[in-house]
Every structure is written in C-alpha cells, then in structure tokens.
Write a protein that binds this ligand. Structure first.
Ligand SMILES: C[S@@+](CC[C@H](N)C(=O)[O-])C[C@H]1O[C@@H](n2cnc3c(N)ncnc32)[C@H](O)[C@@H]1O
Length: 318
C-alpha cells in the first residue's frame, strides 16, 4: 500500500542508501491540507490483481473495463478528485483519462534517439505523475526513480502503482534540491520541462551531471527560442502566464551550456512547436491551457508577445 517500504529496501541495498533519509515513511507524512480529500479515491480502486497492463502503449493501459467492480461513473468521479490531470493519457479499467498533455508525443520525439533503457538505472527529475517513468519501465529499465515535489501528481502515480508490483518504478515526493549531492548512480538522467523553471541553469546541469555514472546519458528537454549561440530570452515578467520561467536559450546556446557544464558530445535531436493537439484543456484538466496562453491575434506569440512555446530535446554524455 501507499508507502515507501519497497523503495526503502532497494535504496538500502544500493550505493545511494542515504537517499532513504529524504523518503517519508508514508504518504500521510506529506501533510497537505487536501490529502484526506484526495485519498478517498484509493477506497474505490478495483482489484489490484489485474493482468491487463501495457506500459508501452501511447495511452498507458492498466486494467480492463470488464474487471470494474463499481459503476464506471463512480470510479471516474473518484479519479477526478485528483484533478488537474496534466500528463498522460491513461486507459484505466476502460476509463480514458484524457490529460491536458499528450505526453506520448514528447516520448515519440525522443525514444529513438536515446540509449536503450533496458537494464539501466534511470532518474526522471520533475516527473509529474510519472507518465514517462511508466514508459521507461515499459522499456525494461532495471530501476526508474522519479522526483516530483507536487503531492497531487505523486498521488496520481500512486493510483497506478497499486497495480504495478512487478515494475521497479517509484516516485520520491521531493524536489531536486532535496536530493543528496554528488552521487553518481544512474545510467540515464532525464530532465524534461524543468530547466526553465530553475533560476540557475548551470547549477541544475551540474546537479544532473553529479547523479550520472561516467559515460551515462543526460536527456534534457526544455523551451527554446530562435537565435544563434548568443541568444537567450529572460522573460521580463510572465511567460505564457507562468510566473516561474527564467531562461529560454536558443538551441545553439543550450548546446554550449551543456558543453560548458562538462557534458560530452551534446546533440540537438528535436525541435517542435507546441500545438493545441499536444496541450489543451480537457474534462480532466479544466483550467487554462495553451489556447489561453497564446496571443489571440498572433499564435506565433504568447499573450505577453514573447515567442510561442517551442521545445527541444538534447542528448549528451558524462
Ligand atoms: C513542465 S512539468 C514537466 C513534467 C514532465 N517531466 C514532462 O516532461 O512532461 C515540470 C514538473 O517539474 C516539477 N518541479 C517543479 N519544481 C521542481 C523541483 N524543484 N524539483 C523537481 N521537480 C520540480 C513540477 O511540479 C512539474 O511536475
């Protein structure tokens, strides 16, 4: 059940056993005002023993409609206690959780460029509800640890984790700043959608590097703008209505930053403009979304008249 005992045991047998110190014993320790409300969904979850699992599907599949033991509407309402659902999609006992983001589209853009994950120890920093962690586990990673400070997203993951006893995939409910420093342990580290939220991009790159084994791979995804190796946008205030966006480099600048931070052979493998097909309001995420963040008269710009979101994927080695 929703505790960290299994991860505790895995860490205990590893060279990063001091990570146990940042683990809560149980989810109750997270002490969030809405926790009791959110936890109600766990009382209505179907039988934990389903064999209908597919972590390789674009819409991750857990359980089948035929196994539902309560009315579908009741479970749907229970899952919606965990609104907003941002990352997905999921097919949970036949209920299509149509999340704000089609996270499968990001996965498709990078999956053929990364070193195969089979047998690797993987860290996913800023993993949200763990959609990509589950895809990584689906690729046969030996261990996947996600790090995510937002308790609601960790609980969304915990719903799925109830059914995934045989998959070594976990989320630590903390921020990257809480992790012990300088512990090279992982074969692959992902940082996707996090760098632009960090006030100090070089500190972030160095933290990521310090967690990688020699020869390990960093997969970094972040917002970029057009420009040369001297171009960086620091939004004067908000960006796409977000308050916490600090640095949007050009791809060339980002490649230089990666080199300067000590990474080898940085490669740009994808640049894609974010479309309304990938990020949009749905019944599972009813707050504002991309449509509300773009200038209604010019979709090449945000409402602040800054370049509209384009996201790039970079791959490099330690
Ligand atoms: C834009 S989302 C990206 C989610 C996912 N990695 C993806 O690419 O779809 C950024 C995530 O980073 C998390 N985050 C914010 N601050 C963080 C921190 N200090 N350490 C780790 N994650 C953080 C947010 O809560 C959010 O879930």
């Amino acid at each position: 059940m929703m505790d960290f005992t299994e991860l505790h045991g895995i860490l205990n047998r590893s060279s990063i056993r001091n990570w146990r110190e940042i683990l809560p014993q149980t989810i109750d320790e997270l002490n969030h005002g809405d926790l009791d409300h959110w936890l109600k969904v766990f009382e209505m979850l179907p039988d934990r023993n389903t064999r209908h699992l597919d972590l390789t599907a674009a819409s991750i599949k857990i359980g089948s409609a035929g196994e539902l033991t309560i009315p579908r509407e009741e479970l749907t309402a229970g899952l919606k206690l965990l609104h907003p659902w941002r990352k997905g999609p999921f097919d949970f006992f036949g209920i299509h959780i149509d999340t704000e983001w089609r996270s499968d589209m990001k996965w498709d853009r990078l999956k053929n460029h990364i070193s195969p994950l089979k047998g690797r120890k993987v860290l996913d920093v800023g993993c949200g509800n763990g959609y990509h962690c589950l895809r990584m586990a689906g690729e046969g990673a030996q261990l996947v640890i996600g790090v995510e400070p937002f308790v609601l997203f960790v609980l969304q993951f915990m719903v799925f984790k109830e059914y995934l006893r045989n998959f070594p995939v976990f989320i630590i409910p903390r921020g990257i700043e809480d992790l012990p420093k300088n512990q090279p342990f992982f074969d692959t580290v992902f940082s996707m959608g996090v760098l632009y939220h960090r006030k100090s991009p070089f500190d972030h790159l160095q933290e990521l590097r310090s967690l990688l084994l020699e020869g390990g791979e960093l997969v970094l995804e972040t917002l970029v703008i057009n420009g040369d190796e001297n171009t960086v946008l620091v939004p004067p205030d908000r960006y796409g209505k977000m308050r916490n966006v600090w640095f949007l480099p050009s791809p060339q600048t980002m490649l230089q930053w990666l080199e300067r931070a000590g990474f080898k052979n940085p490669q740009l493998v994808d640049v894609t403009k974010t479309t309304l097909a990938e990020q949009r309001k749905t019944e599972w995420m009813t707050f504002e979304s991309l449509d509300d963040f773009l200038n209604p008269d010019n979709e090449a710009l945000t409402v602040e008249n800054l370049p509209a979101p384009r996201r790039a994927v970079f791959i490099c080695k330690k």
